[in-house]
Design a protein around this ligand. Sequence first.
Ligand code: NAI
Ligand code: MG
Length: 365
Amino acid sequence: MGVTQTFDIASIPADGIGKEVVAAGRRVLDALADNSSGKFAFNWTEFPWGSEYYEQTGQMMAADGLETLKGFDAIYFGAVGWKNVPDHISLWGLRLNITQNFDQWANVRPVRFLPGIQSPLRKADTTELDWVVVRENSEGEYAGLGGRNLSGRGPGNEVALQTALFTEKGCERIMRFAFDLARTRTVKKVSSVTKSNAQQYGMVLWDETFHRVSADYPDVETESVLVDAMSAKFVLRPEDLSVVVASNLNADILSDLGSALAGSLGLAASANLNPERRFPSMFEPVHGTAPDIAGKGISNPIGAIASAALMLDHFGLHEEARLIEAAIEQTTAAGHLTQDVGGNTSTEAVTDAVVEALVRSLATV
Ligand code: NAI
Ligand code: MG
């Protein structure tokens, strides 16, 4: 039977548990395609870029790597960073190289609470919690602007500038993205996060832009919260959250807090989107390479599998994305849990359970 639609996907597992969880996500997507009655297929090309590649070549990715990636429908990424390469070199050489050059300016990071996984928040037992962090992904504190100087004056005398960049256009587009997303959710609310009392230029521009943009969305409730207060709110009043929009650094920190509250960093999914679709978008778990558990086959694959569901949403396969999410819920509810969420099931066995739940649900539709 002919396949109606084939998606070309570049997979970049990179380092540590990135390899384990990308393999798990690919298995789930392939099981979905195999059972789609020819509706779609995935054509995978795997790239060996990362810290081992650096060991051999002195580069994190091929010199023409970005040019190569441009031809793909999406990128499925693991995590990058290993002991042999300084973290700022591995991150800028591969992951940020891709997100920056492909203008993947919207980073969507849902915080999901799953059945069968105990949250450190007692409230989660009785309250329905579900929110999404929208991270400005192209500028802000990670613009890479600055420099180091005066090391020639000898030890103890060097200075460094790390400059945050806020453009009104950059603020506006991520805010409109957040408002549009809020309109698709049950609770139509956007919480904007800054530290504008202390950072009086960039973050005041952010606040003023938020105020201006919000006038175009009278149907969406808004609030502006300082980042320190928001971190407290994540813990104390998470039921008030729906869409949280924040700058690159603030949203990076808040999304780790969110996934920890849901039970583990290993659960958190993320999409780096170029909403105009001029470049491929990239889908990856939020977590890093976890050197402490890498190679043991015990990493939690759920963040990577849920990221694959976000990729399906990007392809317009919304029903299939929901099926993957439902299969994840059935898996955790049935107690197939890796050690980070209190179980002792292996990466592979959790992935088996997700695939089985998925195939079962496909057989009944
Ligand atoms: P990490 O996320 O790798 O690990 C933090 C803790 O969470 C560790 O105890 C780890 O075992 C646990 N953990 C993370 N993911 C897990 C999973 N799927 N299942 C079970 N447990 C999990 O963060 P860390 O230790 O700060 O960074 C390690 C390396 O990863 C560094 O080189 C860092 O630069 C890199 N990194 C890369 C990222 C990326 O490529 N997107 C993001 C964050 C860190
Ligand atoms: Mg992070």
